[in-house]
Design a protein around this ligand. Structure first.
Ligand SMILES: NC(=O)c1ccc[n+]([C@@H]2O[C@H](COP(=O)([O-])OP(=O)(O)OC[C@H]3O[C@@H](n4cnc5c(N)ncnc54)[C@H](O)[C@@H]3O)[C@@H](O)[C@H]2O)c1
Length: 381
């Protein structure tokens, strides 16, 4: 078990009132993948110290700023093994760059950076310095998504013809950023979020999920970005048509203005021998149909599943796993990668499935191409 090797991590962001940092902490704790020992948790030194106090971090490792954290942790003999970066998008690149330059492994949340140039720089830094740079594309952590990827890889679906991906939310149906809703405010501010609103926030999840399952490379795309809510500069609705290398076609819809949609993700992949369907609402099931076998269901925990899916599961069939476990699978993989470098232990399927810097870079290229196409009224780019 990863935790047996006593990995230690620091967090930047994830302080009082933050959303995703707490989810990361719970996911890491679920499998004892690492222990939180240091943090620069908020945007001001005062709040950072208060946040660290609430989490019970030791005083000498509660930092007011991320700069201080990077400097001090990289100097310590017992410094952290990795730094989790869960701040608004515009800060990912400077923080990750400083960490990687100081020899610290990083885990960044998506979107990786503000631009593809920044992402490319981080990828080079990580690769040149043999450091881990994971990107938490949460939804690839589900075991049945890993099984889906395996079914495509082993030819069960034949040649892929079509990929349909919908990621639907409704929490930005109103102008809540004007009312000071914190998560909405920075997500709809181009200076903090980047060139994409919904596109960067959940469109990047859609792009990565489709790529992870199918392995297809996007050749060109035609996109339409819409801001349904008056006064919004960034998109709150993204629709993209995709042509993949090899001839397959795809459609991605990512939107945050559909009232009543909480967090619905559906993926369908259609090949010339078979098809598969998955949704995060029934995350433990995968529906499959083939020309030979009609329609059948695979469920998480079955003996017949691939090693890749089995490695990402904990409880027996019928005892559902969900979002936190999917997140935790990415961190078990991160721990495998770091332990391999630190102790020479083998990297298993979980480690191999950690989205790396190249996946983060693909996400940023996707954002840039979608914006470019939409600015040209949906031209293929
Ligand atoms: N993987 C996922 O499914 C997923 C889900 C939600 C958010 N995210 C990503 O996670 C990141 C954070 O999103 P969130 O919703 O938690 O945002 P949030 O606004 O809730 O939290 C951001 C945190 O970062 C802190 N912060 C800001 N600037 C800082 C700085 N310079 N130094 C230290 N801390 C700083 C804030 O004080 C806050 O604690 C974003 O990049 C977002 O896209 C990913």
């Amino acid at each position: 078990m990863a935790g047996d090797h006593g990995l230690k991590y620091a967090m930047v962001g994830g302080g009082i009132d933050a959303f995703i940092g707490e989810v990361h902490r719970k996911a890491i704790a679920l499998d004892n993948s690492a222990t939180l020992v240091a943090g620069a948790l908020s945007s001001t030194p005062e709040r950072s110290m208060e946040s660290a106090k609430q989490l019970g971090l030791p005083e000498d490792r509660s930092y007011g700023t991320w700069q201080e954290l990077v400097e001090k942790e990289s100097e310590r003999d017992d410094g952290v093994d990795f730094v989790v970066i869960v701040t608004p998008n515009n800060t990912h690149h400077p923080i990750a760059k400083a960490c990687l330059e100081a020899g610290l492994n990083v885990v960044l949340d998506k979107p990786m950076t503000m631009t593809s140039d920044e992402a490319r720089e981080l990828a080079h830094l990580a690769n040149d310095n043999d450091l881990v740079c994971g990107v938490t594309y949460t939804y690839t952590g589900y075991p049945m998504i890993r099984e889906a990827a395996e079914l495509v890889r082993n030819g069960t679906l034949g040649n892929i013809r079509r990929v349909e991906l919908r990621y639907l939310q409704g929490w930005l149906a109103n102008d809540i950023e004007s009312e000071g809703q914190k998560q909405a405010s920075w997500r709809m501010d181009p200076k903090q979020a980047g060139a994409g609103g919904t596109l960067g926030d959940i469109g990047t999840h859609a792009e990565h999920l489709a790529s992870f399952v199918t392995g297809l490379e996007i050749e060109s795309l035609s996109a339409e970005l819409t801001s349904f809510v008056d006064g919004r500069v960034l998109d709150d609705d993204t629709s993209v048509r995709v042509r993949y290398e090899g001839g397959a076609k795809g459609t991605y819809l990512a939107t945050q203005v559909l009232i009543g949609e909480e967090n619905t993700i559906t993926l369908s992949v259609y090949g010339d021998k078979g098809s598969l369907w998955w949704s995060n609402g029934d995350a433990n099931d995968l529906k499959v149909a083939t020309l030979e076998r009609d329609t059948y269901y695979l469920t998480r925990g079955q003996d017949s599943l691939s090693e890749r899916a089995k490695a990402a599961t904990r409880t027996p069939p019928g005892h559902p796993e969900g979002y936190l476990e999917a997140f935790a699978n990415i961190y078990r993989g991160v721990a495998e990668l770091i332990n391999a470098k630190k102790l020479g232990t083998p990297v298993g399927p979980l480690g191999h499935d950690v989205p790396g810097p190249e996946a983060g870079l693909c996400g940023m290229r996707f954002v840039e191409r979608v914006v470019s196409s939409s600015n040209q009224d949906g031209a293929w780019v």
